[in-house]
Design a protein around this ligand. Structure first.
Ligand code: BES
Ligand code: MN
Ligand code: MN
Length: 450
């Protein structure tokens, strides 16, 4: 198996670079045709690797690629999930090389989607090819690679509900998370949930001269800024009433285990170019970024932002706000709480609108299961070191839905690094990580099937 990977590694990489050249940005309708091209590319590669079925499934949005290889119905089935869509590449001027013209530099592949998630799900297709070519596929496999993960997976949710028997499997395997470091393997055992919404604050019925009306009429930008600022108290706790009610606190033993996770605050700060961290009082940085809920403005706009100055009191101001959720918070309930609270704190003289975007529930992977042990053994063999279980801070909303609709647990066996700059300019993925993943995945298949 290792021989096969070694012999074909240049081609594996060349194929990934071809996939990275397709700008499959799901959020921007301008790229609709490219998103489809990426789906067709993925479908073709699954077919060529040896699948019995490889098809494009249409949805109301971007298509889903489905594939399967059933070798024996009595054997277990692993369902591999990934996403071929990517985040928008902007701000373009901050990239050292164009986002959709991948380059390999210092052992890393630079391109939008290199790590999130093209480079990672493509490892599964190459691992599958390797197992097929070396006659070592030990169980059945299904692929479900979607094109709307970065925009909330709404259509995948429907697809899952309507295709339960097509998707029947024993476990879900995903590579879309990170390890601690290349010499500190880890397995993500938690994802946060999400509640994402947009707010609009309206003052006067039109933009006004800021000299003629300024000081006498509410300025929606000033008001919105103050409202957002009031959502955290002096201890950086979120002030929405009852926001923390459903939060599951970790036991002292669990917190101790987390504190033992390898982590250097100094390196963390250095990597980010900050002179201090900031977050909820009473929790460590690792805790703040994984087992605690958050509220953040992701974008804020209104008024004049063109060149020079314009004296104007805008009629409207907007912000996009995300809340990361932890067990047992419920996305819908939190969205409702936010909406009520935000409307309640709006001062007289303005009106507010809250528009929910999308959400998802948190997920925790049990570590006392057959699938976790298989992942642990696979990682240990490939890295020469037992992996550490870690709680991640990001969200893959569809994972909780897989459990609800299909009754399946998910193993998050990702190979990225937090420093890979996903969603940022100069996103990259290490060649070491790409090949290590291709080597580890067949080991998971093997140990899971034993
Ligand atoms: N792969 C990420 C999620 C992730 C990153 C999990 C790092 C753990 C560690 C995924 O593609 C993503 O970006 N998800 C979105 C949610 C979605 C609804 C837009 C996120 O977390 O913001
Ligand atoms: Mn991802
Ligand atoms: Mn992402």
């Amino acid at each position: 198996m290792k021989n096969y990977i070694e012999q074909h590694k240049e081609r594996f990489l060349a194929e990934l670079l071809d996939l990275l050249r397709i700008p499959s940005v799901s959020a921007d309708s301008k790229y609709k045709e490219d998103v489809r091209k990426a789906a067709e590319f993925v479908c073709e590669k699954i077919k060529v690797a040896g699948a019995d079925v490889a098809e494009i499934c249409e949805t109301a949005g971007h298509p889903i690629v489905f594939g399967e290889k059933i070798i024996d119905k009595s054997l277990p089935t692993i369902l591999v999930y990934g996403h071929y869509d990517v985040q928008p590449a902007d701000p373009l001027n901050l990239w050292d090389s164009p986002p959709f013209e991948p380059v390999v530099k210092d052992g890393k592949i630079y391109a939008r989607g290199a790590c999130d998630d093209k480079g990672q799900f493509y490892m599964h297709i190459k691992a599958f090819e390797t197992m097929m070519a070396t006659n070592t596929l030990p169980c059945n496999v299904k692929f479900m690679i979607e094109g709307e993960e970065e925009v909330g997976s709404d259509n995948l949710g429907l697809f899952v509900k309507e295709n339960k028997s097509k998707l029947a499997a024993d476990v879900i395997l995903i590579s879309d998370t990170a390890i601690i470091a290349n010499d500190i393997p880890s397995i993500d055992v938690g994802l946060r949930g999400l509640s994402y919404l947009e707010v609009e604050v309206t003052g006067a019925n039109r933009d006004l001269h800021s000299g003629v009306y300024g000081g006498a009429v509410a300025n929606p930008i000033n008001v919105l800024s103050k409202m957002i600022a009031s959502l955290h108290d002096e201890n950086n706790r979120i002030t929405i009433p009852n926001f923390y009610d459903d939060v599951l606190e970790l036991s002292p033993a669990q917190r101790e285990a987390m504190a033992a996770t390898p982590f250097s605050l100094d390196e963390y700060q250095k990597d980010l170019g900050i002179n201090d961290v900031r977050g909820e009082l009473g929790y460590t940085t690792l805790e703040r970024a994984s087992i605690r809920p958050t509220l953040d403005a992701n974008g804020i706009w209104g008024g004049y932002i063109g060149e020079g100055a314009k004296t104007v009191l805008p009629s409207k101001a907007y912000a996009k706000i995300s809340m990361r959720l932890v067990p047992n918070q419920k996305s819908e309930k939190i969205t409702e709480m936010f909406t009520k609270h935000f409307e309640a704190i709006a001062p007289a003289g303005v009106s507010v609108k809250v528009r929910p975007h999308h959400g998802g529930e948190p997920y925790v992977t049990p570590t006392d299961s057959k699938e976790y042990r298989a992942a642990e053994r696979a990682m240990e063999e490939a890295f020469g070191k037992k992996p550490v279980p870690t709680r991640g801070g990001g969200s893959i909303p569809i994972v909780a839905l897989f459990e609800k609709e299909l009754g399946l647990k998910t193993i998050l066996m990702g190979f990225g690094l937090d420093s890979d700059a996903i969603h940022s300019p100069n996103e990259h993925y290490g060649l070491f990580n790409f090949y290590k993943g291709i080597e580890t995945i067949p080991l998971f298949f093997k140990y899971y099937s034993e």
